[in-house]
Design a protein around this ligand. Sequence first.
Ligand SMILES: C[S@@+](CC[C@H](N)C(=O)[O-])C[C@H]1O[C@@H](n2cnc3c(N)ncnc32)[C@H](O)[C@@H]1O
Length: 261
Amino acid sequence: MNLPKAELAERLKLKQFPRSAKYDPQWVLENQMGPSALWLTEWVCERMELKKGMRVLDMGCGKALSSIFLAREFGVEVWANDLWIKPAENWARIREAGLEDMVFPIHAEARSLPYAEDFFDAVVSMDSYHYYGTDDCYLSYFAKFVKSGGQMGMAFPGLVRDFDGAVPEHLTRKQKSGGVFWAEDCWSFHTVEWWRNQWGRSKLVDVEHVDLLPEGWRIWLDWERTIVAAGANHFPADDEALEADQGRYLSFVRMIARRRS
Ligand SMILES: C[S@@+](CC[C@H](N)C(=O)[O-])C[C@H]1O[C@@H](n2cnc3c(N)ncnc32)[C@H](O)[C@@H]1O
């Protein structure tokens, strides 16, 4: 890491996310795969009722930071499900965290999950659900793994408002880092209204809450600057696009729902 640990810790300390601030900043940055998994998880958990011993599915857990956080903070058992990261890699991190009785790494594609229906007390997903959950047929497949009455909590990048025409120029121009913010995958970014409709029309769930992270763009920008300063970025930095955006379009969407009986 290019930054001293104390400075890293200071940068990662946000008053709205006190639980996340307790985690080793080097561990957090070494295992990051995008916007802070811990911050997003803490934000989602504000609206969830997680109790000790519950069975939780963490969909698209990446390097299992959110899974480790959930087990530590709430005493839940977590099925840490991911596609790109090998379960053996996550198992090493889980063992290092001393959570081998509580976090179980699973390799599975979102559309081909190896779980029993009604198995989980809750499902969560950080910075992942938008990769597959925009498919109109997905919720009816996914919701059945949660018990009736169980909660579903997600957070992922989204839009403050839809574009009025083409993608705004500040999101498509080449940044000094060499990267362009708006990749083709970004078409999975949608507004709060879009997501509320996507789940709200379904008979399978009751939507409890959908909102944007206040100052989401700024939190994302500060995160991006920190990973660049620390030399922990895997991709060309997007700070220039986030700065130019000033929260006009980019933020994070949180969505909480409950499986109907
Ligand atoms: C940007 S990473 C975020 C990882 C982690 N949740 C975090 O916040 O650090 C997106 C994750 O979604 C997972 N993912 C994407 N498409 C998936 C799919 N079709 N099935 C299962 N997981 C998927 C990937 O394996 C990846 O780890």
